[in-house]
Design a protein around this ligand. Structure first.
Ligand code: UD1
Ligand code: CA
Length: 458
């Protein structure tokens, strides 16, 4: 039997109070809808249909060709949303797994388990439910005296006694597809809300079909995201799961509640991650590296035994045993060699450095190719921008750059060069030279008293 998934993602998500449509909102850098679709792709589902509507282009951009789309032009409720897929699914034989696009924590093993239970019990409709101590906001599962499910009643339509029902609708269902479309045609508008409720198929189907429930023990799995507070709960859960996986793989994470690691990050064993640190994007952290505290590594490769402290590393590479920080910023394809030191308040942009090079304090290195064993004195900088264009600086091996040197690009500095402190270098420097580019000092004899009068002369 063919198995379809119907993902409802056309709603505005008014309670989110954000510009993005709810199902496109990112959690740990990944749009909410991708969690569901990724898991469906790994489950036994044959075909995924996504209902889009409000800002549909945003969702279609995210999912591309991975799913089929049905458009719900007006958001008239979950029942109306499911009915919008009639042109694709209306006459299909098979079962349909319905789930909302705002349920990022449901993973494929439980999806498969639910579908299997539906088949094994011979149900026509399986409603996935959970027990909630505080069921407020959820549709309540109403059963008759024999325990048979007869309807789902939304919070707003509950009687006082129905409000006490603790079994609630998760909004996940497995249903015989033909019975679904036959019943959807019969639902009527809920007058209070002006919407067609998918939940109303329960009262219709229970009369002539087998309706049953599948109770999920951990309500986190079926948590629906309605607002930004819910996002934080889901994010915390996902973060814990990712951190746990790394810890079990031999990564030490200190104070893990403060550490965020993205889905695509690879971390080798023997790495230490210290508090208040994010490692995101397609980052790779190799054996024995130490990251943090208070650091962000985004889309970067940190090689073995390198250390990043109180710093930002973005779209860059850091070599073996190199230390970065505190308060350094590597960005836009900075490629730092092995055994380097990039120290306090140093920024490196679009530059490469060779083995054993050091910029320990207050430097800016931009658009430069730097050789091996180069020493940047405190405050020395490349002057790469003339107000219109960026220019390149090339620095050879074994160059000693004094403090507060300005290297005005374009510039070539050969090997074995020594640049005197305070120089503003505007011309290329040949191999083996000492460059001094500053005014000579003049000492005027006996001059102090002209400037600072002794107190008794005033
Ligand atoms: C729904 C259920 C409720 C259940 C709860 C679980 C209904 C009527 N109620 O309520 O019983 O306890 O989920 O979280 O189904 N959507 C559309 N088109 C629409 C409206 C919604 O595609 O016109 C989509 C939304 O994008 C969302 C999903 O359907 O992904 C659920 O909608 P939402 O408004 O969050 O439903 P709830 O009020 O939470
Ligand atoms: Ca919801």
């Amino acid at each position: 039997m063919k198995k379809y998934a119907l993902v409802l993602a056309a709603g505005k998500g008014t309670r989110m109070r954000t510009e993005l449509p709810k199902c496109a909102f990112p959690i740990l850098g990944k749009p909410m809808i991708e969690y569901i679709v990724e898991n469906l792709e790994r489950s036994q589902i044959d075909e995924i249909v996504t209902i889009v509507g409000h800002k549909k282009e945003v969702l279609m951009d995210i999912l591309g060709e991975r799913v089929a789309y049905a458009v719900q032009t007006e958001q008239l409720g979950t029942g109306h949303a499911a009915l919008s897929a009639a042109p694709i699914l209306g006459d299909k034989e098979g079962i349909t797994f319905i789930l909302p696009g705002d349920m990022p924590l449901m993973e494929y093993p439980i999806m498969d388990k639910i579908i299997r239970a539906h088949e094994e019990m011979g149900n026509d409709l399986t409603i996935v439910t959970m027990m909630m101590e505080y069921p407020k906001g959820y549709g309540r599962i109403v059963r008759d005296e024999y325990g048979t499910v007869t309807s789902i009643v939304e919070e707003n339509d509950c009687t006082e006694s129905q409000k006490d029902i603790k079994e609630v609708n998760s909004s996940v269902y497995v249903v015989n597809n033909q019975a679904l479309y036959e019943s959807l045609k019969k639902i009527t508008k809920n007058e209070r809300k002006g919407e067609y409720y998918l939940t109303d198929i329960v009262a219709i189907m229970h009369q002539s079909y087998k309706v049953n429930t599948f109770i999920v023990r951990n309500p986190l799995i079926t948590m629906g995201i309605n607002d930004l507070y819910n996002i934080s709960i889901a994010e915390k859960h996902l973060r814990d799961m990712i951190n746990k996986t790394h810890m079990l793989n031999g990564v030490s994470i200190v104070n893990p509640e403060t550490v965020t690691i993205g889905h695509n990050v690879i971390i080798e064993e023997g790495v230490w991650v210290y508090p208040n640190t994010s490692i995101i994007g397609n980052s790779i952290i190799k054996k024995g590296a130490k990251i943090g505290p208070n650091s962000e590594v985004n889309n970067s490769v940190i090689d073995e035994e390198a250390e990043i402290r109180h710093s930002l590393v973005i779209d860059s590479t850091v070599g073996k045993k190199t230390t970065v920080g505190p308060f350094a910023h590597l960005r836009n394809h900075a490629v730092i060699g092995d055994h380097n030191r990039i120290g306090n308040f140093v920024e490196v942009k679009n530059s490469t450095t060779g083995y054993d090079t050091k910029a320990a304090h207050l430097s800016y290195i931009g658009d430069a190719t730097v050789g091996e064993r180069v020493n940047f004195g405190c405050g020395s900088i490349t002057v790469n921008y003339d107000g219109v264009k960026k220019h390149k600086t090339s620095i050879g091996n074994d160059v000693f750059i004094g403090c507060n040197v300005n290297m005005v690009a374009p510039l070539n500095i050969a090997d074995n060069v020594f640049i005197a402190a305070g120089s503003t270098v505007t011309k290329d420097i040949p191999k083996g030279s000492l460059a001094i580019a500053r005014h000579q000092q003049i000492n005027k004899d006996d001059y102090y008293r002209h400037l600072i009068k002794p107190k008794d002369e005033k």
